[in-house]
Design a binder for this molecule. Structure first.
Ligand code: ZN
Length: 77
């Protein structure tokens, strides 16, 4: 029997807004995305393998990895 396993990445937009960039040192629009890599069986996502939260500056393109706690700070009202 042939078993097909693989991995697939899903991207979820968590937040968009103005934030102070670490490189530009100015306040510019940023995106906060959660990228989750799933292990698949017959192309169906079964188990999450890796999850990362990335903050991207629209002005300079700097991408910063955030911890879960740091990302949650952006989601508070
Ligand atoms: Zn920047």
């Amino acid at each position: 029997m042939l078993i097909i396993v693989g991995a697939r990445t899903f991207v979820k937009n968590l937040w968009q807004g103005v934030h102070t960039c670490r490189r530009c040192l100015g306040r510019y629009p940023h995106d906060l995305q959660e990228r989750t890599e799933w292990g698949t069986l017959f192309f169906v996502p079964i188990v999450p393998l890796r999850r990362e939260r990335l903050l991207t500056c629209h002005h300079c393109g700097l991408v910063t990895k955030l911890s879960k706690t740091e990302a949650e700070q952006f989601l508070k009202p």
